[in-house]
Design a binder for this molecule. Structure first.
Ligand SMILES: [Fe+2]
Ligand SMILES: [Fe+2]
Length: 290
């Protein structure tokens, strides 16, 4: 399934599991991945995306035959502009008093600045779950400080799809929707021939994608303890695929477990890395603009 999906153009939405669709766009600066969970009459949009991307994300949703007014909930797993920037646009186009905007209570005061008049709901107030009008149930788990204080990850139970927000994300864009080469790359040897070549992002081998994923966590996660705590939380969740907000989808539990072990074995993250490796550079202070 993954290889067929990888060959689809990014102009189309991609079904990553039954009734769960990737509705993002390929972006060479920082790829963002909003996802739509389709119910019978009530749909849920996860991490809806940035303001500049709104028209293309909306087009993908319309291509699925979904009327915006039938989106009942917008879920935000933290409050950065790359996933929250278009809240105001979605609130406007959905135009429903029943629309719920859901996030951890720590995030809500920040999210209110994107949509001052919208109805905000904490995951705590709904017992960390949503039951949809179909066989789908959504569960929220806290992963504090990975990378925001109120960060959450979200499991859709029937398909065992874990939406992980910035966890398991990457800086580099990948033209592949799914991360498929990793297990093969690892099977052949620890460093495959493509790994050291200067290939474009389109031909990144699985190992290089993982190197980039680890580097993303080194920079974006505040400290090693926070990441290890989040990995402990994630490992206990009964998921079968990971749908991150950046980079490629991790299609199997086996690949995800392997990535988790790589992250656990990759040394320091965030401020621990900066302090332990003396990476703090004061030399650019006082730069002149002319
Ligand atoms: Fe973020
Ligand atoms: Fe992000």
């Amino acid at each position: 399934m993954a290889n067929i999906l990888n060959s689809q153009p990014h102009s189309d939405p991609v079904e990553i599991a039954p009734d769960i669709w990737w509705v993002g766009e390929f972006d060479t600066k920082l790829q963002c991945n909003p996802y739509l969970i389709i119910g019978s009459h009530f749909h849920v949009l996860i991490d809806s995306g940035s303001r500049p991307q709104f028209p293309r994300i909306l087009m993908k949703i319309l291509k699925l035959g979904i009327a915006p007014q039938t989106i009942g909930a917008l879920v935000y797993q933290h409050y950065d502009p790359d996933l929250c920037g278009n809240i105001v646009d979605f609130v406007d186009i959905i135009n429903s008093q029943n629309l719920k905007i859901i996030s951890d209570q720590i995030n809500l005061p920040f999210i209110s600045h994107y949509a001052p008049h919208a109805d905000l709901l904490s995951t705590q107030s709904i017992n960390h779950s949503i039951v949809m009008d179909c066989d789908k149930k959504i569960q929220f788990y806290n992963t504090p400080h990975s990378h925001s204080a109120g960060a959450i990850v979200t499991l859709e139970e029937s398909t065992k799809t874990l939406f992980s927000s910035d966890l398991f994300g990457s800086h580099k864009s990948s033209a592949k929707t799914f991360l498929t080469a990793y297990s093969d790359c690892r099977k052949v040897s620890n460093s495959c021939p493509q790994h050291s070549s200067n290939s474009s992002t389109e031909t990144l081998c699985g190992q290089r994608e993982i190197d980039d994923l680890i580097e993303f966590h080194r920079v974006q996660i505040p400290c090693t303890k926070a990441l290890m705590f989040a990995l402990d939380v994630v490992e206990k969740i009964p998921f079968e695929r990971i749908a991150p907000q950046h980079g490629s989808i991790i299609p199997t539990r086996q690949i995800a477990d392997s990535i988790i072990q790589d992250l656990r074995n990759s040394g320091d993250f965030g401020i621990d890395r900066i302090l332990n490796h003396h990476l703090h550079d004061d030399s650019t202070r006082g730069m002149r603009f002319s």
